[in-house]
Design a protein around this ligand. Structure first.
Ligand SMILES: Nc1ncnc2c1ncn2[C@@H]1O[C@H](COP(=O)(O)OP(=O)(O)OP(=O)(O)O)[C@@H](O)[C@H]1O
Length: 230
C-alpha cells in the first residue's frame, strides 16, 4: 500500500504541492487527474524519490524513502511519460539491466519478457538500439521493462499518449491481470474515460492541492468541470 501523508513539496524554494493526502491500496488503481500544471508530475516525482518532501511522508508497504531508499525504490516500477532508454544498450541489454536492478530470477523474468515482447510485437528486435525505435516502440520497451518486475507498485505517467489503440488495449489488459494479483497502480491522465473501467479511485489535483478524491464511479458528480459535455 502506498500512503501519502501531509505531503508538501516542489522544486527547490518553489512550493508546488500543499498537504497532499491519499492512499493506494493493494490491488487497486488510483488515477491522478488535473489540468496542466496542477501538480501531477510533481506528485509522481516525490513518490519515486526524485524530489524530497518539504514536510509530510510517503510510505510504501511501511517503508519510507528516507529510511531505506534502495528497499523503497525496488518496490516501484515506473513508466515515465517520456521513455528513458540508454542509447548505447540494445533492447536485450535493457531487459538484463532491469533484471539485475530488481534482482529477478532470470529464467522467470525471460519467460515473462518473451510473452510481453510477443504482445507488443518486439520479439525480433532484441538486438536493436533505441535510435531505431519509434516513439511508441520506445514506450512499449518501457512497459515491457516494468512488467517483467514483481514490483508491488506501478506508476505510469500519461500512458496513452503515444500508443496505438491495440497497445492501449493490451496495456489495460496487463494492468487488470496484475491488479488481480494485488499490485497497486498510480496513473496520471488527462482523459479519465480511458481508465474509468479499470481505475478504482481518483485524486483530483487543482493548483497543488487535492480538490476532490473518491471512487471513480463518483468522478462525474464530484468533478463535473473535467467531464466533457455531450
Ligand atoms: N522542474 C521544475 N522546476 C520548477 N518548477 C516546475 C518544474 N516542473 C514543474 N514545475 C512547476 O510545478 C507546477 C506543477 O507542474 P507539474 O508538472 O507537476 O504539473 P502536471 O499536473 O503534471 O501538468 P501536465 O498535465 O502539464 O503534465 C507548475 O507550476 C510547473 O510550472
Amino acid at each position: 500500500m502506498l500512503e501519502i501523508k501531509h505531503l508538501s513539496g516542489g522544486y527547490g524554494q518553489l512550493k508546488v504541492l500543499s498537504d497532499i493526502n491519499f492512499t493506494v491500496a493493494d490491488g487497486t488503481m488510483t488515477a491522478l487527474v488535473g489540468l496542466n500544471g496542477s501538480g501531477k508530475s510533481t506528485t509522481i516525482n516525490h513518490v519515486i524519490g526524485l524530489l524530497a518532501p518539504k514536510t509530510g511522508e510517503i510510505l510504501l508497504n511501511g517503508v519510507a524513502l528516507q529510511t531505506d531508499p534502495v528497499a523503497y525504490k525496488r518496490q516501484i516500477a515506473y513508466i515515465p511519460e517520456q521513455p528513458v532508454l540508454y542509447e548505447e544498450l540494445t533492447l536485450r541489454e535493457h531487459l538484463e539491466v532491469t533484471m539485475k536492478a530488481y534482482t529477478l530470477d532470470r529464467d522467470v523474468a525471460w519467460a515473462r519478457a518473451e510473452q510481453l515482447l510477443t504482445i507488443f510485437r518486439l520479439t525480433n528486435k532484441l538486438e536493436w538500439f533505441p535510435t531505431h525505435f519509434s516513439k511508441g516502440m520506445r514506450q512499449k520497451v518501457m512497459i515491457v521493462m516494468a512488467f517483467i518486475t514483481d514490483a508491488p507498485l506501478f506508476i505510469i505517467d500519461e500512458p496513452f499518449l503515444g500508443l496505438d489503440v491495440v497497445a492501449v488495449r493490451d496495456l489495460l489488459h496487463l494492468i487488470d491481470e496484475r491488479k488481480a494479483t494485488g499490485t497497486s497502480f498510480l496513473l496520471t491522465t488527462h482523459v479519465i474515460d480511458t481508465v474509468e473501467a479499470h481505475a478504482d479511485h481518483f485524486v483530483y489535483l487543482k493548483d497543488g492541492v487535492v480538490d476532490q478524491q473518491g471512487a471513480v464511479a463518483d468522478f462525474a458528480r464530484l468533478v463535473p468541470e473535467l467531464v466533457e459535455e455531450g
